[in-house]
Design a protein around this ligand. Structure first.
Ligand SMILES: Nc1ncnc2c1ncn2[C@@H]1O[C@H](COP(=O)(O)OP(=O)(O)OP(=O)(O)O)[C@@H](O)[C@H]1O
Ligand SMILES: [Mg+2]
Length: 271
């Protein structure tokens, strides 16, 4: 029996009179992956940012079931929020702009631990090395700077930084969208492995429906800030109820979710 990790109720957010998120409710179970799909401007990022309390909504509640109790995130002071921030992390679309170019990978990965006052030098080093190997980067990566890595490797660094605090909830906002298809598959497979190893719960924002079909258990379809359809990913993909969902789905070829995404083997390509 899985337990609830997050309960979102009646969340709304407008910007200068433009409604970005309109009365959205959902819940998320521990170890589940919930996809949020919808066209550009439908409110996905705004919803994700409200959930993590990166911004304050105009209305609604976000209840997080943390290690030490349940909290309504928007009722907490910044100070009360700090320990909960460890349990909720974000992986961004563009690791290049979210990684400080003047910090080594070691510094980037250690920084969240220092900010949260976790461990001493030796134990932080251990935590960094552990996550580094989990995202399949070599130890010599630690002394290099972000510019010395490929896009896929940079996203591994971004994921490592998010996971070094051992969060429960990880919000991925278009985390593979900027990567080429072959690298996308590698990162998706890595996210799935990490979920099993570390018991992660994902809120997975994406406009690529093949990726969503592959990784998500359940999806929410957003249109103009509202949830127009919600359900287990198979049900929604095989039997969409709303015209908008049908329209979204008609734009992609039908992938088979039972077939793992296989990175393109470049050796077999006649390049
Ligand atoms: N900080 C902001 N100030 C003003 N308007 C904003 C702000 N953030 C988002 N919006 C508006 O809110 C609406 C929803 O934007 P949001 O970024 O949440 O959409 P999205 O679904 O994430 O789109 P995309 O797929 O392009 O990332 C849009 O109309 C956007 O212009
Ligand atoms: Mg967005």
């Amino acid at each position: 029996m899985s337990e609830t990790l997050l309960e979102v109720n009646g969340l709304s957010k407008s910007f200068d009179g433009v409604v970005a998120v309109d009365d959205v409710s959902f819940s998320l179970n521990s170890s589940e992956t919930l996809g949020i799909v919808g066209e550009s401007g439908s409110g996905k990022t705004t919803l994700a940012r409200c959930v993590l309390r990166a911004i304050d909504p105009d209305a609604g509640t976000v209840r997080f079931h943390g290690k030490h109790g349940q909290y309504d995130l928007h009722n907490l002071s910044e100070r009360e929020l700090i320990p909960l921030r460890q349990e909720m992390q974000m992986v961004f679309q563009d690791p290049f702009s979210s990684l400080n170019p003047r910090m080594t990978v070691q510094e980037i990965m250690e920084e969240p631990l220092i900010i949260h006052g976790i461990g001493d030098r030796a134990s932080r080093r251990e935590a960094v090395l552990d996550i580094l190997s989990r995202v399949q980067l070599e130890q010599d990566a630690l002394t290099r700077y972000p510019h010395a890595f490929s896009g896929g490797q940079r996203q591994r660094i971004g994921i490592a930084r998010a996971l070094v605090l051992r969060p429960k909830l990880v919000v991925c906002d278009e985390s593979v969208s900027a990567l080429d298809v072959s690298v996308q598959a590698q990162i998706i497979n890595l996210l799935e492995d990490l979920q099993d190893e570390l018991g992660l719960t994902y809120l997975f924002v994406a406009h690529n429906l093949s990726v969503v079909h592959h990784i998500c258990d359940r999806i929410l379809v957003m249109y103009h800030g509202r949830v127009v359809e919600e359900g287990p990913v198979e049900e929604v993909f095989n039997n969409p109820q709303q015209d908008y969902t049908k329209l979204l789905l008609s734009a992609i070829p039908s992938p088979d979710p039972d077939v793992p995404l296989v990175p393109i083997d470049r050796a077999n390509l006649n390049l």
